[in-house]
Design a protein around this ligand. Structure first.
Ligand SMILES: [Cu+2]
Length: 496
């Protein structure tokens, strides 16, 4: 075992592990972070938002200090800006947006892969991303527009909320990765952030040296550097990837995404398969930099959008629907509630739940770090309301008209459910899906082409034969998040 752990010595500094300090003063003399340093960092925290301004006035001064590895030697941690202008941002790799095509991730692209023999090769670039949490006013006549006008509440809905976060491949959340049980997966991660990072595969049973805990199981990925992960997936279900370095800040700035594994035998299919990532943020009024020190968020997003800029999901009566709900929030659980259905909770962050242990409901609490798959069938057409049932989480910016009629914001989405297709009974086979339900041939009509299961073709990213049509576009219009800087002309594989 000693030899095994010696592998970690170069970056873990095991020899220097002090153990319990004999006396506090000696510990301070050795440079161990103490209360004084904690207080200093607390005092510096608000400067984070101002850091880009400092960087602007001194474009190249001091960045050598800013990007130095953190945490070694006991010196004070540097304060990192949102972006290091000395690091050119790579445009999204060619295959961003061309995934397996089974799961729909509104507002977020999926990520295609290239093949290296039997290995599926994905590319993720961690980088600063500008994001519109709120696009602005819903288009006149759109569902959201009609709803809020009928309600008499449009106040504050017309103000776009543009923020500066961190993401992958120009997207926050990062693009969704879809693979098949048994695949060997290689993910090449490039760090274009101003500070070190590393990526953890949340819930995956991988070898320890692929677990992505920066400084513990691997050296942190320094700014400008790349790192390659490779492992074989044997599990099935809904998982995540996220930063596992400086997590409170880096996850709090958006560094995460879905990692979905389909069964090798093609089971667990449904007609409409949606993945929704739950996140929360605190923004001081008028500030586009998230305050990662706050424990009291005032903005709440589903796949990076707050209502009324969230997608309108679609389904037909009789179709089987799955929601994969994952919570990457720093602080809060989100009890997600859907009107008009009784669902079964069919999966967790640990994979599928055996049928005998699935439970019915219409509200499921998703804790930070947890994932819940729910499956159901609508029995009635119409507009069905889906929202977090912590009602503080369905307004934006704590609402500016607390004694008036508040518009719906935050973690709110709508389902637009069409009648069953002609010739089909609206409720064939019962409305609570059974374990057989998703495979029971409910599919019919243009939206129900069976997702292709099994291994992707050699060039899946180009063809996407199983691609389902995405849901209706966000009522607020197009996603407009993009890398923060003009593209620099690097090719998709540049820098790797
Ligand atoms: Cu919530």
């Amino acid at each position: 075992m000693e030899g095994f752990f010696n592998r970690f010595l170069p970056w873990l500094g095991r020899d220097q592990h002090p153990g319990p300090p004999e006396t506090a003063p000696a510990d301070h003399a050795a440079g161990r972070p103490g209360r004084r340093r904690f207080l200093a960092l607390t005092a510096l925290a608000p400067l984070f938002a101002a850091a880009p301004a400092l960087a602007k006035s001194e474009p190249h001064d001091g960045h050598g200090d800013h990007v130095s590895p953190a945490g070694h030697g006991g010196h004070s941690s540097p304060v990192f800006p949102w972006r290091n202008p000395a690091i050119a941002l790579t445009p999204p790799p060619r295959l961003t947006g061309k995934g397996e095509g089974v799961v729909m991730t509104p507002h977020v692209p999926t990520l295609g892969y290239e093949r290296d023999g039997a290995v599926k090769v994905f590319r993720l670039t961690a980088q600063p991303v500008e994001r519109l949490l709120l696009d602005g006013p819903p288009p006149p006549g759109s569902l959201w527009d009609r709803w809020h006008k009928a309600k008499g509440a449009m106040h504050g809905m017309d103000i776009p909320k543009k923020v500066k976060l961190w993401g992958f491949n120009g997207s926050m959340p990062g693009p969704a990765i879809e693979v098949v049980q048994g695949d060997t997966v290689r993910v090449i991660v490039k760090n274009e952030l101003p500070e070190p990072t590393s990526i953890h595969w949340h819930g995956l049973e991988v070898p320890n040296d692929q677990d992505g805990v920066g400084g513990l199981t691997q050296p942190p990925i320094q700014p400008g550097a790349s790192y390659t992960y490779e492992f074989t997936v044997h599990q099935v279900g809904t998982f995540m990837y996220h930063s596992s370095f400086n997590e409170k800040k880096q996850v709090g700035m958006g560094l995460g995404g879905f990692f979905i594994i389909h069964p090798a035998d093609g089971s667990r299919r449904v007609d409409r398969d949606y993945a929704i990532l739950l996140q929360e943020w605190f923004f001081l009024p008028g500030n586009e930099y998230v305050d990662v020190t706050s424990t009291d968020p005032n903005w709440f997003t589903m796949n990076g959008k707050s209502a009324p800029s969230t997608a309108v999901l679609t389904a037909r009566v009789g179709q089987t629907v799955r929601l994969r709900l994952a919570n990457l929030s720093n602080m809060h659980a989100h009890p997600i509630h859907l009107h008009g259905v009784t669902w079964r909770v069919t999966g967790t962050e640990g994979g599928p739940i055996p049928e005998s242990a699935q439970w019915p409901g219409n509200t499921v609490n998703v804790s930070p770090g947890a994932i819940r798959d729910v499956e159901f069938t609508f029995t009635h057409p119409g507009y069905w309301h889906m929202h977090c049932h912590k009602l503080h989480h369905v307004v934006n910016a704590h609402a500016s008209v607390p004694m008036g009629v508040m518009p719906m914001g935050g973690m709110t989405m709508l389902f637009e459910v069409a009648p069953a297709e002609a010739g089909q009974p609206p409720d064939h086979g019962g409305h609570v899906p059974t374990a057989q339900g998703p495979q029971a041939g409910h599919g019919h009509g243009p939206q129900t082409a069976a997702p292709h299961a099994g291994h992707g073709p050699d060039a899946p990213a180009e063809a996407g034969p199983g691609r389902k049509q995405p849901p209706a576009p966000s009522p607020g219009g197009q996603d407009r998040e993009m890398p923060a800087a003009p593209h620099t002309g690097h090719g998709p594989s540049g820098g790797n």
